[in-house]
Write a protein that binds this ligand. Sequence first.
Ligand SMILES: [Zn+2]
Length: 466
Amino acid sequence: MRSRNLLITLGVLVAVLVLPNLDALKSKARQTIASAAGKAAVTNMSGVVAENNARGLAAAELITLPIEVDEVAPGVFRASGVGNTFVITTSEGNVVFDTGLVIQASEQIRQLKAVVGDFQPVKIVLSHSHADHVGGTRLWSGEETQLIAHEEFEEEQRYLTELNPYLHQRNRTLFPWIPETPRTLPGMNFRGLIPDIRVDNDIPYTFVLGGRRFEVHATPGAEGADNVVLWLPDDKVLLAGDFFGPQFPQFPNLFTMRGEKMRKPVEYVNSIDHLLDLDIETLLPSHLEPVHGAEEVRAGMIKIREAVDFVHSTTVAGMNAGKSLSELMVEIRLPERLLLSETHGKVSWAVKSIWEYYATWFHFDRTSELYATPQSAVLGDLAGIIDADAALSLVHQKLQRSELEQALLLLELFEGLNTEPELMAPLMELRVKVLSQLRERARVKSNDYELYWLGSELEKARSELP
Ligand SMILES: [Zn+2]
């Protein structure tokens, strides 16, 4: 099922490649291609969901969410999708906030225009440079449209583009519905956007359109250095992009498994302080559902602020007290009053991220960290002097005592031994067991990315079983 749909996706791509004149691709053709690719991606994932493949299930749910338009605040319309697209209407023209994923944007545009009428946006505000927020920008833009983004937007976009072949494969491990090869086709290219107005961290960019006031505030530190939010002061509505992540409130993603630059923890706290000065009544995130109620929003923001501040200050205190990184990763837990969902950002990974943000990759621990030779280079030499039965029973013991992280470390060493098949087969079976139990454990304090990664590793381990 899945492979057939992948063929449909590839078919769409091939059809584009053989078009006689790619330069002549006009907006309509672009939208058709993007729309077909979007439908194929959804069908891919529907197949995966139907097969009840636990790997990437949350991501699966996101891509298979229906695209629908609703009025989420007076004169503010949201088209749902992997990333939401918003239209804020005024009597003198409309503003668009975020433009979704390229493969969903044309359907979002079609539905939004069906509700508010045909228009070219006066301004497009992009919350940050991620693919799920800028995909439809070229499909919306008209001659007169002004593009507004953070002053770091182009730099963030540059490195994400330059490293795209590498980052794409990391993304695919976590989000299996993403096509195998990055899309670099003219009709699908959503990168290389140049803002007309760049917002800096000091002064918000404000404008009035049709009597409606708009304020674009820089909020760096959440999903990167180039975050902005759109504040509608008359309505007390905040279009938050990914500043708070997909659920509210939750512990933020100070580190991302997808592979990205470090995110600055103190900047994030400062940005929340800035937002607390606004009197927000409605929060419109660029993923999933709005949050209503001034008290709920304020309480959630304060809790997130305190939690990040706590993790930051205890990590710094631990470093100053001479504790090792692994000690701090185990020790630092949110106190009861600050407990937050870790589905998006995990506290122990934030500790590591803060540690490395300040002290970089040399953990001041093992001397071999300084040199290029990995442990695996010498494991083969150990093969001859290892007692295979003793090795196996050691892993068994760790597993029985639920010392899963220790069992995993041993397995990673033993697999590197590259020893005779009689030992390898039972080791690989043990690897499947250990990964399964790690995943069960991860479900308890669920972090989406940890589950995606363990799911992917488990699938690989199962496929390698003799
Ligand atoms: Zn996003």
